[in-house]
Design a protein around this ligand. Structure first.
Ligand code: IPE
Ligand code: IPE
Ligand code: MG
Length: 241
């Protein structure tokens, strides 16, 4: 008899509310993003301590390129600084970093920093930290369709052979289990183009706290909320045990 898992294997977070946090304090929006890095650090620490195996953080959506240039630049430079500064602590905690998203639109400098953090943390075995940067779930699915169509066109796959596994295995998240818990801070109840395929049976949790205010205790509260949910996966209560 398999026991009900109370700790989510994979937690994904839409880190929202940095701009409002800054505005409430009369600061520039980028100062909210800077403060949000501390929340990232705490979420990682708590995930490691609680035995979460995968933590996905939505850091920058493809749509976010449309924000004012100063904000985009501040975010890019914050990504670079953060991956440099946090690398030793991530390595010490056994965290392996993987980046998902387009990549091709980043400057060479940003791309190199992201590649470097993936390289330097590659041995981590306790937690896989997935950074979704320039990420769009619809683009991810479109890319997957394109890849599968190419295989069919080249005669390596027939249309009948295309399965749920073929599609899932063609996404950026191939090999990563679906998120069990998706958290969006900041009070909005929407996914904003995040992990649409992978979220099929995720538990959704929408705290009103803004991301810079969401700290270790709040992450643990989210884990507790998850533990109290009954996941049925379309079955009836007795059937999930
Ligand atoms: C989330 O915070 C961070 C990013 C999208 C990069 P926002 O910047 O969206 O903050 P709000 O939602 O405007 O408060
Ligand atoms: C979602 O937040 C993207 C990230 C947190 C990186 P947004 O602030 O961009 O989403 P909307 O505009 O509220 O849907
Ligand atoms: Mg927002």
């Amino acid at each position: 008899m398999s026991e009900k898992r109370t700790v989510p294997r994979h937690v994904a977070i839409i880190m929202d509310g940095n701009g409002r946090w800054a505005k409430q304090r009369g600061k520039e929006r980028y100062e909210g993003h800077i403060e949000g890095v501390t929340s990232v650090r705490e979420a990682v620490k708590s995930a490691v301590r609680n035995g979460v195996e995968y933590l996905t953080l939505y850091a920058f959506s493809t749509e976010n390129w449309g924000r004012p240039a100063e904000e985009v630049e501040a975010l890019m430079s914050l990504f670079c600084r953060s991956v440099i500064n946090e690398a030793p602590e991530l390595i010490a905690q056994g965290v392996r970093v993987k980046v998902i998203g387009h990549r091709s639109r980043f400057s060479r400098q940003v791309r190199e920093h992201l590649e470097e953090i993936e390289r330097s943390t590659a041995q981590g075995e306790r937690l896989t930290l997935i950074l979704a940067i320039d990420y769009s779930s619809r683009d991810e699915m479109t890319d997957a369709v394109r890849r599968i169509a190419r295989e069919v066109a080249e005669g390596r796959l027939t249309p009948e052979e295309i399965s749920v596994q073929t599609v899932g295995g063609s996404l950026y998240t191939a090999g990563i289990p679906d998120p069990d818990l998706i958290v969006r801070t900041g009070g909005e109840s929407r996914l904003s183009n995040f992990l649409l395929w992978q979220a099929s049976y995720a538990e959704l949790y929408f705290p009103t706290l803004l991301w810079p205010d969401f700290r270790e205790a709040d992450f643990e509260e989210a884990l507790r909320a998850y533990a109290s949910r009954e996941r049925r996966f379309g079955l009836v209560s007795d059937g999930v045990k």
